[in-house]
Design a protein around this ligand. Structure first.
Ligand SMILES: [Zn+2]
Length: 200
């Protein structure tokens, strides 16, 4: 979520990869070149032979928060659903249900992270009242309740909001009878230390 610096000001100030393509056409060329390596067996990682996920991970689209890296799992081991600020919508719920019901995945992890740009945008919206562009308003609507509940707490408002929002998403999934067969937990990631901590 670093593509709109106005809406996502400081929290996603992560340096771009050194070899990041400089233009749209270069970006597409890089993707297609990578696909040719993949298809011809010259990729850095091989193909995933079978889909056998043992956990569903709902997390943010932040490019630092890749579940397979964070949890050190093979490709194919996790069913990953990613939305900015790990907000819920019907497509997300349907995707979780696909994992839990069809693939019989027993565990759902809701993973928030410190330094989340979607949370920063939400807090900025609440502080200033200024609208956020277009579809980003959905993120604000979904994250604002957690921000409002934690606004009076001492300490880092953004950190409180990250935790409260992840717990809210967890509880919303837990309360849905469609997922009664799975355990649902919430956690937060500190991208600096790499540590994931379960949330009560
Ligand atoms: Zn994020």
């Amino acid at each position: 979520m670093a593509s709109n610096p106005r809406a996502f000001p400081t929290a996603t100030a992560v340096g771009a990869p050194a070899a990041a393509p400089a233009s749209t056409s270069a970006a597409l060329d890089e993707l297609l070149a990578g696909n040719r390596r993949y298809a011809t067996g010259r990729a850095r990682r091989g193909r995933v032979p079978a889909q056998r996920p043992f956990a569903v991970v709902l997390d943010c689209v932040d490019s630092r928060v890749l579940p397979e890296l964070v949890f050190d799992q093979d490709l194919g081991a996790l069913l990953c659903i990613r939305t900015a600020g790990q907000v819920l919508d019907e497509a997300v719920l349907a995707s979780i249900q696909y994992g839990v019901t069809e693939l019989r995945v027993p565990l759902v992890v809701v993973l928030g992270h410190e330094g989340c740009g979607a949370v920063a945008a939400t807090l900025g919206r609440l502080r200033t009242g200024a609208p956020v562009p277009g579809h980003l308003e959905l993120l604000v609507e979904e994250i604002a309740p957690a921000a409002r509940r934690t606004g009076a707490l001492p300490g880092d408002w953004a950190a409180h909001t990250v935790r409260a929002h992840a717990v809210w998403v967890r509880d919303a999934i837990r309360a849905d009878s469609a997922f009664a067969g799975a355990a649902v937990v919430a956690a937060r990631l500190d991208p600096d230390s790499g540590l994931v901590t379960l949330l009560p």
